[in-house]
Design a protein around this ligand. Structure first.
Ligand code: ADP
Ligand code: DP6
Ligand code: CO
Length: 358
């Protein structure tokens, strides 16, 4: 098939995971390029993911996006920037099934249609923007035959969609280096170690509320940068040391150190939200009860049994050092939040990553 007629559609589908920050990104030094005021570290959450299909056809007359089945505007700079960056790297593409050829020069005149779904709550503090933009960039690159010219280039492009998305291009434990360059070329994520490095670590995602948050991450951190003195102190005087300590804790599979740093950084991030004017409250009473549960247990045992962290939302990500401790953690959570009579408790099975609804 040639590229003469308007009767063809080329489609690609990709899947990308979410991630949870254990040293948080909160605040930009450049809004347009999404350059952060500090480096951050995350764990990739394989079980929470976005699935995105991108399609191109000469019959499309505008770029369109459907998110979880509902059409939303693709006019925001973030979508446009990601699309433009990938499009400028497009190559000749030959569709193996049909033999269709799309020449490099043709891409600039073609519009895309995008349909994406998250298998977890959107805009509720479980990093849907991370999974979503990582997936979009990856799917577009696949569709347009774009290749990285340096390692981390797609990570930098995903960052233009949402800061946390740059970390979702990699599995396991990931660091987003804040970088120094004004262009943002060195503000990219790299893998610290793959997931298998710390096989025993168990992650439990406790969905406290699926509701969309009132303050988006983008808006929240903008206000924090403008008004929170604590945020600037944190970025300069606290995070650089924590990044080093966290990398070491991960490399050594040192759960007590990992737990202390993770909980402390989550709490400090939420303290900066409270230090923002007007203050932002992402956690709710259920979130705080979960913190109480873990803190009390850790104090009783005299050494960390579990860790908690909350992004910009009320939902908890909990860590346990192994299956046995994770079972005990799960029992404690279920004691505090007994499942409803009709709850599907078969879901509450400990794998390396488990999801439960409270
Ligand atoms: P979250 O805590 O879920 O990351 P954010 O406020 O950071 O919340 O971002 C939510 C926004 O990210 C959504 O309003 C939407 O614009 C974008 N987003 C979420 N999921 C996707 C997706 N699968 N594809 C494209 N964009 C997405
Ligand atoms: C609390 O990456 O969602 O989850 O860059 O404006 O899209 P934008 O914000 P986003 O912010 C994430 C903030 C966080 C911490 C983190 O993921 O590091
Ligand atoms: Co987000």
């Amino acid at each position: 098939m040639g590229i003469g007629g308007n009767d063809w559609v080329l489609m690609k589908t990709a899947r990308a995971p979410s991630n949870i920050a254990v040293i948080k990104y909160w605040g930009k030094r450049d809004e347009k390029l999404i350059l952060p005021i500090n480096s951050s570290i995350s764990v990739t959450l394989d079980y929470l993911f976005a699935t995105t299909t991108v399609a191109v056809s000469p019959s499309f007359t505008s770029n369109r996006l459907w998110l979880n089945g509902k059409e939303v505007s693709m006019e925001s700079e973030r979508y446009k920037n990601c699309l433009q960056q990938i499009r400028s790297r497009a190559t000749d593409v030959v569709d193996e099934k049909t033999g269709l050829v799309v020449k490099k020069e043709a891409w600039k005149d073609l519009y895309v249609h995008v349909s994406s779904r998250n298998n977890f709550p959107t805009a509720a503090g479980l990093a849907s923007s991370a999974a979503g933009f990582a997936c979009l960039v990856y799917a577009l690159a696949h569709l347009m035959g774009a290749k990285e010219t340096y390692e981390g280039e797609f990570s930098a492009i995903a960052r233009l969609g949402s800061g946390s998305a740059c970390r979702s291009l990699y599995g396991g434990f990931v660091k987003w280096n804040m970088g120094k360059e004004d262009s943002g070329s060195d503000s990219i994520a790299t893998q610290i170690v793959e997931k298998d490095h710390w096989k025993d670590l168990v992650i439990i995602i406790a969905v406290v509320s699926s509701r969309q948050k009132e303050t988006s991450s983008t808006a929240g951190m903008q206000t924090s940068v403008k008004t929170s003195p604590l945020l600037h102190h944190r970025a300069k005087a606290i995070v650089p040391k924590r990044i080093e300590q966290m990398e070491e804790a991960i490399l050594n599979r040192d759960f007590p150190a990992f737990s202390k740093l993770t909980c402390a950084d989550s709490n400090q991030f939420h303290a900066t939200c409270l230090d923002t004017s007007p203050p932002i409250f992402y956690m709710n009473d259920t979130s705080r009860r979960l913190i109480g549960l873990v803190e009390k247990w850790n104090a009783q045992e005299g050494t960390p049994q579990a860790a908690y962290t909350f992004d910009a939302g009320p939902n908890a990500v909990l860590f346990a050092p192994n299956n046995e401790v994770a079972k005990s953690l799960l029992q404690r959570i279920l004691y505090l939040f007994p499942p409803a009579a009709d709850a599907d408790i078969s879901k509450y099975v400990i794998g390396d990553q488990s999801i439960m609804e409270l």
